[in-house]
Design a protein around this ligand. Structure first.
Ligand code: EPU
Length: 357
């Protein structure tokens, strides 16, 4: 085992190290590793730049006894306090076409690649079909965990397989789409697989025959104005809509939608619709109804309101923001107050989308 235990931060970088060598940082600041911008620290951290470091971590007895937290872009996590374990910062890079067949191109990307840059790169290479997912914060490796989705497309629809390493054994496993059990903002990695794996790379199947996904009203409106309907136009429209509605986490810390859109039975939907004729909803294939949580929260008067520096975004009530100096605990306090109000008024239970630690 070649691992080194560096004390303090920042450490002296190792030179000419073996691929499996890793350095352990102590008292590591996570401010730059969570998009809410919470100023918390990890007792230890390791920057994973080589896959071979992960089995080496698993073999390390000292690290095996510690709690481990895998962090990509930190865009779907609420860090409520300092982390008393080792943060694994995934920085595995690389993107390449690995196969072409009659219908599709298979593209593989390292888990640490920035998601938006990957989507933009794919488009620039003529690899199409991801443009609706432009500008989603986070990394490629985080995308399957919550099956990111936006503007009529979920990542699962473009997914082929992923490679992950089990932390307890150091063994590499491949997961196909079935094994990932994708659902709405959900997967195996948010359920039974939670915290057990480091995803190291993801392979996407991008169709050669491009068909636009432009039904989503916000996108259709922008395309109508520009008169264009090609992959670049959809990419540009998605970027424009997101920039208009959603806060940039570099300016105003946030984790995107804080709640999932709740799904209710037809009976519950009918009862609500009778009381609230303007209720925004989407009928699901199984006959249930997905409700726009942003609308429910907005209707309860929460848009723009705050508890301390934890606030509801003033252009999208589904997004909670850190106005500066808020803690994770304050964000959770705000989220609880919203949940209570929505439940009291609509009898609907909201569920948080990010993982709260
Ligand atoms: N609405 C309001 N007030 C608000 C917010 C929304 O009335 O403050 C209404 C809107 O007018 C619209 C409806 O609610 O009629 C839905 O709003 P929007 O189109 O903004 O989408 P959303 O359902 O709130 C979901 C995803 C977003 C994704 C968009 C576009 C979830 C939890 N959120 O939001 O994903 O970008 O659709 O597809 O499914 C994310 O997951 O982090 C995320 C941003």
């Amino acid at each position: 085992m070649l691992s080194r235990f560096a004390q303090g931060h920042p450490p002296i970088l190792t030179s000419a190290c073996s691929m499996s060598e890793f350095q352990l940082f102590s008292d590591y600041p996570l401010l730059a590793h969570n998009t809410f911008g919470f100023d918390v620290r990890a007792k230890h951290a390791v920057r994973l730049t080589e896959e071979a470091q992960i089995p080496a971590l698993a073999r390390n007895a000292r690290l095996n006894g510690m709690r481990q937290l895998v962090l990509g872009g930190g865009s779907n996590v609420v860090l409520t306090r300092n982390f008393d374990g080792v943060a694994l910062l995934v920085e595995l890079r690389g993107r390449r076409v690995i196969h072409k067949d009659h219908d599709a191109v298979l593209v593989e990307a390292g888990a640490g690649e920035n998601w938006h840059e990957f989507v933009a790169w794919a488009l620039s290479q003529g690899l199409l079909g991801l443009e609706n997912l432009a500008l989603i914060p986070g990394t490629v490796g985080a995308a399957p965990i919550q099956n990111i989705g936006a503007y009529g497309l979920e990542m699962g629809e473009r997914f082929e397989r992923l490679r992950a390493i089990e932390l307890s054994t150091g063994e590499t496993r491949e997961f196909d789409r079935d094994a990932c059990a994708f659902g709405y903002r959900d997967s195996f990695f948010k359920q039974e697989g939670r915290g057990r794996f480091v995803i190291v790379s993801v392979t996407f199947r991008l169709p050669k025959a491009w068909t636009p996904r432009a039904d989503y009203a916000d996108i259709a409106r922008v395309l109508e104005t520009s008169g264009a309907n090609n992959p670049q136009a959809i990419f540009d429209a998605v970027v424009a809509v997101r920039q208009a509605k959603l806060p940039d986490w570099r300016v105003l810390g946030n984790a995107g939608s804080f709640f999932k859109n709740p799904v209710v039975s037809a009976a519950a939907f009918n009862a609500l619709k009778a009381l609230e004729p303007e209720l925004v909803s989407y009928r699901q294939q199984d006959g249930q109804f997905k409700l726009a949580a942003g609308w429910l929260i907005d209707r309860c008067g929460w848009k723009g309101r705050a508890i301390g520096a934890a606030a509801v975004h003033d252009r999208q009530a589904l997004v909670l923001v850190n106005r500066g100096g808020a803690s994770g605990a304050q964000i959770l306090e705000l989220a609880d107050a919203i949940k209570r109000d929505v439940h009291a008024r609509f009898a609907v239970e909201l569920e948080a989308e990010p993982v709260c630690l």
